[in-house]
Design a binder for this molecule. Structure first.
Ligand code: ADP
Length: 348
């Protein structure tokens, strides 16, 4: 009885009415002296009238109720007033199914919103923290200069230089933030073209020549490579290599080396940027691609950038539909690995 459809309940009710009618008339038969055929015909007629009357009444009732339900679960988008529900379908079970799917969607959406709210809170907190440090030092230098330091030849120049460095730091944070925000807005706005990855790596090496020399770090390719053509956004991949190579120098050990390797596997090129620097501990490793995340030591030294560099790298690689990963051992070094699509001659 539990799983009967409305139409089946109606049918059972009608059959009960037909039989009650038939037996009722059978009992009263003596008074009317009707033939058996008339009795059956009359009972069936009453059955048909009962069936049709209840069919339309129940259909109207259920349709009204189900429409209210659909209106709420389809976010008010239930505009098709002519949508017809048939008692022959399992409309209540269908409505139950749709309500269940809707409830699951709502739960997912709520937890996503909660995550986003948490992320925003953390993000704003981190941003404030990152900007506070340079602002406070600029404030300190200006105050000292105003309170007499300006006339003191031994400090005035160096304080101004330090204040200028702090503004550079703020600028770099804001620029990174701007890059990241822009990528979020037009994530798919990539200028995909064909270029030689080996040549790009050499160009980026050139840019870092002076910085690497200062720390006596050697920048090299693992071996001589022929041109490797990929299908990607050259400027954005240049940014990826810049950030990874810059980190390998910034956090690398004096006298160390940064090595780039390429692996070609069918249509995918894997690029590895390795250094023999201090490495990253297991505790920090899963978090280094997060915005503003910096390993405690580098945070204290106040060295390096904004903590946004690797978040930018990850965003760019993922917007190419590729992945990036890192492996690292403390005291041994770190290796960042990402993939790109090989250029295919068939590509238009
Ligand atoms: P930052 O702008 O501070 O360099 P990143 O997002 O580029 O931020 O890097 C996050 C953190 O990961 C850095 O602060 C640093 O502690 C750590 N890190 C990144 N690359 C390396 C590396 N090659 N060797 C050791 N630590 C690294």
């Amino acid at each position: 009885m539990k799983n009967l459809r409305p139409f089946e309940i109606l049918l059972v009710g009608t059959v009960v009415v037909v039989f009650s009618c038939f037996f009722g008339l059978l009992v009263l038969r003596n008074n009317f002296s009707d033939s058996g055929f008339i009795l059956v015909l009359f009972s069936v007629l009453i059955g048909v009238v009962t069936y049709l009357t209840f069919y339309f009444l129940i259909k109207k009732f259920i349709t009204e109720k189900v429409k209210i339900l659909y209106r709420s679960i389809r976010k008010g988008k239930f505009t098709n007033e002519n949508e017809q529900f048939s008692l022959y379908d399992d409309i209540i079970e269908n409505a139950e199914k749709e309500a269940k799917i809707w409830a699951e969607q709502q739960t997912r959406e709520i937890s996503k919103l909660r995550e986003q709210a948490e992320f925003r809170r953390e993000f704003i907190g981190n941003l404030a923290h990152e900007l506070k440090t340079p602002v406070f030092s600029i404030q300190g230098y200006i105050l000292t200069l105003l309170e007499g330091g300006l006339e003191d030849e031994t400090v005035n120049r160096s304080f101004l230089e330090r204040a200028s460095k702090a503004t550079d730091r703020m600028t770099s944070i804001l620029e990174d933030l701007d890059t990241l925000t822009k990528m979020e807005v037009d994530a798919l706005n990539l200028e995909m073209n064909k270029f030689d990855l080996v040549e790009l790596v050499r160009d980026v090496f050139e840019e870092f020549e002076i910085k690497a020399k200062k720390k006596k770090i050697k920048l090299k390719l693992s071996k001589q490579f022929d041109p490797i053509f990929v299908h990607a956004d050259r400027n954005k991949i240049s940014q990826v290599l810049t950030n990874l190579i810059s980190n390998s120098i910034t956090y690398g050990t004096d006298g160390g080396e940064t090595t780039i390797r390429f692996y070609i596997l069918e249509d995918i090129i894997t690029i590895e940027v390795s250094d023999n620097g201090p490495g990253i501990g297991d505790k920090d490793l899963p978090r280094i691609f997060e915005r503003f995340y910096r390993v405690e030591k580098s945070r204290n030294r106040n060295e390096g950038g904004s903590g946004l560099g690797l978040a930018i790298v990850k965003k760019i690689v993922e917007s190419h539909g590729q992945t990036i990963s890192v492996r690292s051992t403390l005291g041994v070094g770190s290796t960042f690995t990402f993939s790109l699509d090989k250029w295919k001659n068939t590509r238009k």
